[in-house]
Design a protein around this ligand. Structure first.
Ligand code: BG6
Length: 507
C-alpha cells in the first residue's frame, strides 16, 4: 500500500510527481468540507509534488479570485485537517484555478483541455491528470462521456497518467451501478478508475488489516471455532442536516450499509491476501461479498430492520424528527436506521452471525467493531456466569482497541470480574486526526488503488442490498418503525439479537 513503508520522514512519504487535479463540483459542499482541505494538507506536506495545479470545474460562473477566497473561507471554518496556516494557505491557493461550464457541454471541455495544456506548460507540470468527480451523481455520466470525447481520458503523453476518482454513491442499485460501470469503462480503463469510499482512508480501518495480518496472536482465533458473533456499529448523532433532499432519495441502506459498513465487514472477514497490492487485496475482499448469503424475501422480513428518527433529546437539547427536517417529506418512509444480520457462507465464518447497524441521531457517535468470542468450554469455578471475551476495535471517535476478559477479584473469595485492556491510538501515536481524504488522494496520485473500490466489488455490494430495496419498495405502505432521537434505534433492532439469545453491545 502506498506510503506504508515510505511514509517515514513526511506523513505522505516520498515526494509525488507533479500533477494537475481537475475537481468537478468544486463549489459544492463536499469539495469545500473535505476535498480541498485534504488537498491543502497534502500540498503542505509535499504529497502533491513540487509543482501542481488544481482546476475547479463547476456550473456557477465565478472569477478565479472569488473561487480562491470562497474556498479559503470555507477551509478556515470547517477544515478537518487542523488549523489552516494563512501563509501556507496563500501559497496553496496560488495553485487554484477555476474553469466554469455545464457538465454536458462539449465546449466547456474543449476550454478545459486548453486550460490544462496552458497550465502544464506554464508551470512545467507535465501531463499527469487526476479528474475528481465530487458532483451530484446524476451528472457522472455526462462528465465521463465528455472527458472521453474531449480526449482527456487518455494522458497527453505515454509517460504521464490520467486517473479518475468517483465519489459514492456509485449507482443507486445494481442496475444503475452496472450502467455507470459500463459508461465509465467505455471511456477509462479499470486501472485508471478510483472509486472512493472514505472509510478505507481512515487509519483505524486500515489498522484492522495490520491487527489481523501483522500479528501472530489474533489470526488463529479469527474464525468460527472461536468467534461467537461479530457486531459492527456505525452510529451518528447528527441528523440529515442540510442534506434532506439527497437523503430522501438514499436512506441509510444505500448511504451507509452498501458502502462503509460492507467495507468494514469485508475487512473483518477477509482471508489473508497473497500480497499487499491492489489486485490481491481486492480479489479477497470481493470473495467475502460473494460469500455473504443473499437475502430472500423471508430473510428481509426476519433479519433486516429499518427505523426513522423521531423528535428526542441529544446532549440535553431537543432535536426534531426526520420528518420535520428541511426538504424531507412530512410522511417520508425513508429509513435513517438499519440493522441487519448477515451470514457468510464460507469455511472461516459458517454459522457466525455478523450483526450490522447504522443510524442517524443515535445516542453516541461511534463506529465500532466488536468480536465476541465463544465462552470457555467448561467453567471450573463456582461462579458459572462469566462474561464472554470481547475484542473491540474503535474506529472513531476514540480510536483504539480493547480486549475484555475475566480476572480474579481481589479477596479471599474466588470471584471473577470483567476487566478491560486498552490501546489508545492518541496515547501511543499522538495526534491521529489525519484526513481520510488526504490519505486516499495521496494513494491515487501515487497510483495505488488498494484502498479504492473495484467495479466488480461495487456491483457485488449492490447485489446484496438490492433484494432489501425491492422488498421495502414493494411494502411502501408499511410503517417505518420510529425511534426517539438519542436512543439506540427501534425496539425491533434489539429483538433481532434477542431472538438469537444475544444483545447489542452499545459503545
Ligand atoms: C457519508 C454519508 O458517506 O458518510 C453520510 O453520506 C455520513 O451520511 C458520513 O454522515 C459518515 O462519515 P464519517 O466519516 O463522519 O463517519
Amino acid at each position: 500500500m502506498a506510503g506504508d513503508s515510505g511514509r517515514s520522514g513526511s506523513v505522505y512519504g516520498s515526494v509525488a510527481e507533479p500533477c494537475t487535479v481537475v475537481l468537478f463540483g468544486a463549489s459544492g459542499d463536499l469539495a469545500k468540507r473535505k476535498v480541498i482541505p485534504a488537498m491543502y494538507d497534502l500540498a503542505i506536506h509535499n504529497g502533491l509534488g513540487p509543482r501542481y495545479a488544481i482546476v475547479g470545474f463547476a456550473r456557477t460562473p465565478m472569477a478565479e479570485d472569488v473561487f480562491r477566497a470562497t474556498l479559503g473561507e470555507a477551509a478556515k471554518s470547517i477544515s478537518e485537517v487542523g488549523p489552516i496556516d494563512p501563509k501556507q494557505w496563500d501559497a496553496f491557493a496560488a495553485n487554484l484555478y477555476y474553469s466554469p461550464g455545464d457538465y454536458g457541454n462539449p465546449e466547456a471541455y474543449a476550454q478545459l483541455a486548453k486550460r490544462l495544456a496552458e497550465l502544464e506548460s506554464a508551470k512545467n507540470i507535465g501531463g499527469n491528470r487526476l479528474f475528481y468527480l465530487s458532483t451530484p451523481p446524476e451528472v457522472y455520466p455526462d462528465i465521463v462521456e465528455q472527458l472521453g470525447r474531449a480526449g482527456l481520458s487518455q494522458p497527453p503523453s505515454p509517460k504521464s497518467w490520467a486517473r479518475i476518482i468517483i465519489e459514492k454513491p456509485f449507482g443507486r442499485d445494481l442496475a444503475s451501478a452496472k450502467a455507470l460501470n459500463h459508461i465509465v469503462l467505455n471511456v477509462f480503463d479499470e486501472k485508471q478508475v478510483y472509486r472512493i469510499d472514505h472509510y478505507l482512508g481512515k487509519d483505524t480501518v486500515q489498522n484492522l488489516l495490520v491487527l489481523r495480518f501483522g500479528n501472530g496472536i489474533f489470526e488463529p482465533l479469527w474464525n468460527r471455532n472461536y468467534v461467537d458473533h461479530v457486531q459492527i456499529t456505525a452510529a451518528e448523532t447528527l441528523g440529515v442536516e442540510r442534506r434532506g433532499g439527497f437523503y430522501e432519495t438514499a436512506g441509510a441502506l444505500r448511504d451507509m450499509i452498501q458502502s462503509h459498513v460492507l467495507q468494514l465487514t469485508s475487512l473483518v472477514a477477509v482471508e489473508p491476501p497473497a500480497s499487499f497490492d491492489a489486485t490481491a487485496v481486492r480479489n479477497e475482499k470481493l470473495k467475502v461479498l460473494q460469500s455473504i448469503r443473499p437475502f430472500d424475501l423471508g430473510m428481509v422480513a426476519q433479519e433486516v430492520v429499518r427505523g426513522q428518527y423521531s423528535p428526542g433529546k441529544l446532549d440535553g437539547k431537543l432535536v426534531p424528527g426526520y420528518r420535520e427536517e428541511l426538504n424531507v417529506n412530512p410522511s417520508s418512509k425513508t429509513e435513517t436506521f438499519v440493522a441487519a444480520k448477515l451470514l457468510i457462507d464460507n469455511w472461516r465464518w459458517a454459522g457466525v452471525p455478523f450483526y450490522l447497524r447504522t443510524g442517524k441521531r443515535l445516542a453516541t457517535r461511534s463506529t465500532e467493531i466488536m468480536i465476541q468470542f465463544r465462552s470457555a468450554p467448561h467453567i471450573v469455578f463456582r461462579e458459572k456466569e462469566v462474561e464472554p471475551n470481547r475484542l473491540i476495535l474503535n474506529i472513531q471517535p476514540d480510536e483504539g482497541i480493547s480486549v475484555s476478559f475475566g480476572a480474579k477479584r481481589p479477596g479471599t473469595e474466588m470471584s471473577i470480574g470483567n476487566v478491560t485492556m486498552n490501546f489508545c491510538y492518541r496515547e501511543s501515536f499522538g495526534d491521529v486526526s489525519r484526513s481520510a481524504y488526504a490519505t486516499l488522494l495521496n494513494d491515487c496520485v501515487r497510483g495505488d488503488a488498494t484502498l479504492f473500490d473495484r467495479g466488480d466489488s461495487v456491483e457485488a455490494a449492490w447485489s446484496l442490498v438490492d433484494p432489501i430495496l425491492d422488498v421495502w419498495s414493494a411494502t411502501r405502505t408499511a410503517n417505518v418503525p420510529q425511534y426517539p432521537s438519542g436512543s439506540w434505534g427501534p425496539r425491533e433492532s434489539d429483538l433481532l439479537l434477542e431472538r438469537d439469545g444475544r444483545h447489542w453491545y452499545n459503545p
